[in-house]
Design a protein around this ligand. Structure first.
Ligand SMILES: Cc1cc2nc3c(=O)[nH]c(=O)nc-3n(C[C@H](O)[C@H](O)[C@H](O)COP(=O)(O)O)c2cc1C
Length: 171
């Protein structure tokens, strides 16, 4: 699959089959995240792999949708602000961006493996911290189930290119 095909094929999966995710597929998804670029190569992110069967009740507290616990695995990408590059000019901390890029690699690598994901930000951060027993320096950034889709993609609704691209003209 070319990158363009992959970008088109990926969609937010909101129904999953219970079939297990093969270890080699999970390993490639995690490796893709490990290879992600990060500010000053600080790699200020961590990925928590959760077995749904072992943590169903806790996961339901984190995000209440039924489909969240249908797949065998849930991943949580966390930012680590204490490790991240900080811009001198204004003190901006890159941890959330590092975590977001890692998560982007996760969802695209998963799609390349034929696996479904759904980026979830509307989770309960306090419940996430408690259920996953996160150390204080880890900030949960995004969750996704990881498993085989039981639904099908709808049409992609996107703004036209000329609405999102602006060309600055040099004078
Ligand atoms: C930062 C971010 C947060 C999101 N949070 C949620 C969420 O909490 N729940 C959900 O069902 N989908 C969530 N999504 C998925 C988006 O709704 C979805 O990507 C968007 O509607 C485009 O659809 P597609 O992913 O199928 O192409 C999120 C996506 C992103 C990038």
């Amino acid at each position: 699959m070319s990158f363009q095909e992959l970008a088109k094929a990926r969609y937010s999966v909101r129904a999953y089959r219970p079939d297990p995710v093969e270890d080699d597929k999970l390993a490639r998804v995690l490796e893709a995240a490990r290879l992600a670029p990060s500010a000053a190569n600080r790699q200020a992110f961590r990925i928590v792999v959760v077995s749904t069967a072992a943590e169903k009740d806790g996961l339901r507290r984190i995000y209440g949708r039924d489909w969240f616990v249908q797949a065998p695995l849930v991943l949580c990408v966390c930012a680590v602000p204490s490790e991240a590059w900080v811009r001198k000019a204004d003190g901006w901390n890159a941890a959330e961006v590092d975590a977001t890029i890692a998560m982007t690699h996760v969802v695209l690598a998963a799609a390349a493996e034929g696996l479904g994901t759904c980026w979830i930000a509307a989770f309960d951060p306090a419940a996430a911290r408690e259920v996953l027993k996160l150390p204080p320096d880890l900030v949960p950034s995004a969750f996704t189930p990881l498993g085989y889709a039981a639904d099908a993609p709808g049409p992609k609704k996107r703004r036209p290119l000329d609405e999102i691209v602006r060309r600055a003209s040099a004078k």
